[in-house]
Ligand binder design. Structure first.
Ligand code: SF4
Length: 413
């Protein structure tokens, strides 16, 4: 039987291809893909209608059980509400009719434009909201600046707090925080700040973009490792408060249950089934992968496709599905492959080898996996259970068992 993930589809809809701020690391505006300059600033009514018809066509054959739509930008709160509402309502109808079993709607915002009208709008349509923030004021304002070069921290935190209930509408949307890892930053302090001072209960930390052609320095990899371990150690201290950190939860789901481990290949497959819809209606691969090479963007207009199968048969998406399922040569003998999957697509990529590389942050990932598994073993989880789950997740048995036999650390704490 096909898993739910095998029938999943995640759509990142670029409702706005403009932004009201100018974060220095932004992959969308400064990552080398200049196509946004030639696209409409916002999805218009005509394109929204085409997206609505597209959703109807591609779900008609039952190929999408699990649909997630992210309203994205640029800054999505710059887009006209009616076009977002039109797409959201079309998706809701598919869910209510039973054609799509699971539907999620989400928006990722910089928080600057949050007001009561947006809060009511998201609440009415069932759109979850995440706010991007990179730490305390000093850390955030190094990179997340507006077009006049001013820091955005205070306005973003104000937006987060409004979303979390400090608004005239009396609504708590339970927003999450999304943050990019700063190799020079302190992960523990960032988590403490988000949880203790801002009051966030859900958060995630992303690896900086960049692959093997970007010359990521060893010091940067070491910085990412320190940051990840800092987040993990701070989470351990606060874990009883119900604090959820996505990248830690994903690993624990794998290492703590056979069922969680078995879903790893499907979760990886789901990552290769993310599509981006530009404001002009053109489809591309997952948003950050679109910056890697022109072949990952503009694979066709939504009006050109009648089925999910047709979309995922296009060469660029076949390449990404193969990458999700196949370990790079350097990862084949790694005990962590099942859960790691070589890192993100962008961190794996090089022009010469495509996705046949380990993550540029491989050493940081290994250190994180090793520390978490050692912590679990110290807490009483049998090392044999962890080994079995890594194999269930897709790691080669000889890699997992061999690592444990030859070198007791890290699998045996
Ligand atoms: S830890 Fe490194 S070698 Fe292992 S799967 Fe991840 S990227 Fe590949």
């Amino acid at each position: 039987m096909e898993s739910r993930e095998a029938k999943s589809l995640d759509l990142i809809v670029k409702v706005a291809e403009r932004c009201n701020i100018a974060c220095t690391y932004c992959y969308f505006f400064f990552g080398g893909d200049e196509s946004h300059k030639f696209h409409p600033p916002y999805v218009n009514e005509e394109t929204a209608a085409e997206i609505e018809a597209f959703l109807d066509r591609i779900t008609a054959d039952g190929a999408v059980e699990n649909l997630m739509i992210y309203f994205h930008g640029g800054e999505p709160m710059m887009a006209p509400k009616p076009v977002i509402a039109r797409i959201a309502r079309a998706a809701r109808r598919l869910s209510e009719s039973g054609r799509v079993a699971d539907l999620g709607l989400s928006m990722q915002t910089n928080g600057m434009l949050v007001n009561d009208a947006w809060i009511r709008f998201c609440a009415d349509l069932g759109i979850g909201v995440g706010v991007s923030l990179d730490g305390n004021e000093a850390a955030n304002d190094r990179f997340r600046i507006d077009k006049k070069g001013r820091g955005t921290y205070r306005r973003a935190v104000q937006g987060f707090r409004r979303l979390a209930g400090e608004n005239g509408a009396g609504i708590d949307l339970h927003p999450g925080l999304l943050s990019v890892i700063d190799p020079e930053g302190d992960g523990a302090r960032r988590l403490e700040h988000f949880s203790g001072e801002i009051g966030a209960q859900r958060m995630n930390f992303l690896h900086p973009d960049g692959g093997h052609d970007q010359g990521i320095a060893p010091a940067q990899v070491a910085g990412v490792e320190n940051f990840m371990l800092g987040v993990f150690r701070a989470w351990v201290r606060r874990r009883d408060s119900g604090l959820r950190v996505r990248f830690i939860k994903d690993l624990l789901d794998t290492l703590l249950s056979d069922e969680g481990a078995r879903t790893c290949p499907d979760s990886a497959r789901r990552l290769s089934r993310i599509l981006t819809i530009s404001s002009n209606g053109m489809l591309g691969a997952e948003d950050t992968a679109r910056t890697l090479d022109a072949r990952f963007r503009d694979i066709g207009h939504v009006r050109d496709f009648d089925s999910v199968a047709q979309i995922f048969a296009t060469p660029a998406l076949v390449e990404m599905q193969q990458a999700a399922a196949t370990p790079p040569a350097a990862c084949a003998a790694c005990p962590w492959w099942g859960t790691c999957r070589g890192g993100t697509f962008t961190n794996r990529y090089s022009a010469q080898n495509g996705f046949d590389n380990p993550s540029v942050y491989c050493d940081a990932l290994k250190a994180f996996f090793e520390e978490v598994s050692a912590w679990l073993v110290r807490g009483g989880i049998p090392v044999e259970d962890i080994e079995r789950r890594l194999i269930l997740a897709g790691s080669a048995p000889e890699a997992v068992l061999g690592a444990a036999r030859a070198e007791p650390e890290p699998l045996r704490a």
